[in-house]
Design a protein around this ligand. Structure first.
Ligand SMILES: [Zn+2]
Length: 157
């Protein structure tokens, strides 16, 4: 289990981030996720030029509609910026409510885990984050992302 203090430490101490991500409890989403890794180099840049904070990498079988595979979730340095995740619950909401319950679960079910599903993933993400102690800033940001998606301003996960 990780605490708000651990999250603050991981924000300030890059060397601690691998251990921090290892200690996160995935609870019931564990069955969809092979591993969570911290990746210093982020090659995933979205169309609006913003680097991703996290990314689910589905197992190959999911691309062939085969169920039962587990995803790897990558966490990039941007996930530790206060402008992206102000609180631990913001960070956990992106990781668990969006990546694990959303993309990784769909991949596990053998559904194309990406673009066609993003709106549904976002709606569930918003529903699940209500149960967390997220910051106002984060809640607003998630709603803005959904609006961008619905208006076609955003085209990727
Ligand atoms: Zn997504």
């Amino acid at each position: 289990m990780v605490t708000q203090e651990d999250f603050e430490r991981a924000r300030n101490d890059v060397a601690y981030r691998n251990r921090f991500v290892d200690e996160i409890e995935l609870n019931s989403t564990r069955k969809y996720v092979k591993k969570v890794i911290y990746e210093l180099k982020n090659r995933v840049i979205s169309l609006d030029g913003v680097p991703a904070a996290m990314q689910s990498c589905p197992p190959l079988r999911a691309y062939f509609g085969l169920s039962g595979g587990k995803s790897t979730i990558k966490i990039f340095p941007r996930a530790f910026l206060p402008t992206v995740h102000l609180k631990l619950d913001d960070f956990l909401s992106t990781l668990i409510d969006h990546e694990a319950f959303g993309h990784s679960r769909l991949a596990f079910e053998g559904v194309d885990p990406f673009l066609p599903q993003e709106v549904g993933v976002m709606y569930e993400h918003i529903e699940r984050l209500q149960k967390r102690n997220c910051s106002e800033q984060y809640r607003d940001q998630v709603l803005i992302e959904l609006r961008k998606l619905l208006t076609g301003a955003r085209k990727e996960c």
